[in-house]
Design a protein around this ligand. Structure first.
Ligand code: OGA
Ligand code: MN
Length: 305
């Protein structure tokens, strides 16, 4: 009998999972209970865990293929485990870490690649005394609550996702930024996507979209602002206040999230992240787009690079 307890933490997303020690291999029964709860609640919180990198990797691997983080600057990976991305505001190798201000605008992990992440497992290693919360938004609800006319407008719409839109990227080390841009040319994804496991549709918008295809800049910017405001309405959001040792696992296929910078930046905040590789390639590179769209996209991209 599984000793797992699942308690909702929020209406739109979030549940706490207790009665499981993630240092040990998961039984098949525990694995399926967690997997089911993950699909239902999108964000799962496992409090008071204390995992070595190996244990975090083993646990994460049960839920998908681990990303080797080719999209990231090598200096941001754990020195012994490239499956772990280190989010830290401490100095690394005598310079500012490439992740010191990661996640500060609403995003879906790796939507700036052709294969957005399936999910991620984030382990809190060090935290400031107050602040530094993370918020997730349920993008199924965001889509389902749009009115029919807007839903019709976006049904077949595509968007250009651009790594340069990461908030605060210009403050990072120029070599890291150049590396990130080189590794991640702008990519096009549909605005409405289907979750490969639940079959439900969700709204893939976030603040790392530069524009929609086939629209003027004015149309794009107004529509994007409206959709982003809607997608991140408080009604759809779970906000997590971190405790040391928390492991939070989210489903990236139907959510977006943001890391809040509302904390004393002289206090360390360190998180270890394993990313699960996306199962499907939903994106295509902007360079392969056809005709007028290609022209307008290339102009938009040239303006920023
Ligand atoms: C991430 C991320 C949020 C945080 O790991 O993908 O956005 O609060 N992190 O550090
Ligand atoms: Mn993220």
């Amino acid at each position: 009998m599984s000793a797992i307890n699942i308690t909702p933490l929020g209406f739109a997303a979030g549940a706490q999972v207790t009665g499981v020690d993630l240092r040990k291999p998961l039984s098949n029964e525990d694995h399926s209970r967690i997997h089911e709860a993950w699909l239902e609640h999108i964000v799962l919180v496992f409090p008071e865990q204390d995992l070595t990198p190996e244990q975090q990797i083993e646990f994460s691997r049960r839920f998908g293929v681990l990303d080797a983080h080719e999209s990231q600057a090598p200096s941001t990976l754990h020195p012994d485990h490239r499956e772990i991305l280190v989010l830290t505001n401490k100095m690394v190798g005598g310079k500012k870490s490439g992740t010191y201000n990661s996640g500060r605008n609403w995003h879906t992990d790796l939507s700036y690649t052709s294969r957005p992440a399936k999910g991620a497992v984030l382990h809190c290693k060090e935290k400031p005394p107050v602040g530094g919360d993370t918020m997730w938004s349920n993008l199924y609800l965001a889509l389902e609550t749009l009115t029919p006319p807007i839903r019709g407008l976006i049904e077949n719409l595509e968007a250009l996702h651009d790594v340069s839109m990461i908030r605060g990227i210009e403050q990072r080390d120029p070599a890291d930024v150049a590396e990130m841009k080189r590794r991640n040319p702008p990519v096009i994804h549909p605005v409405v996507r289907t979750h490969p496991e639940t079959g439900r549709k969700s709204l893939l918008v976030n603040q790392r979209i530069r524009r929609f295809l086939g629209m003027s800049d004015e149309e794009s910017q107004s529509l994007l602002a409206m959709l982003n405001a809607h997608a991140t309405s408080p009604e759809f959001v779970y906000r997590h206040r971190w405790s040391l040792g928390d492991v939070v696992m989210w489903d990236n296929r139907c959510s977006c999230h943001v890391a809040l910078g509302d904390f004393d930046q002289t206090k360390p905040r360190v998180m270890f992240r394993c990313s699960l590789e996306g199962e499907i390639e939903t994106g295509r590179f902007a360079d392969n787009a056809a005709g007028a769209d290609r022209e307008s996209m290339l102009q938009a991209v040239a303006a920023v690079s």
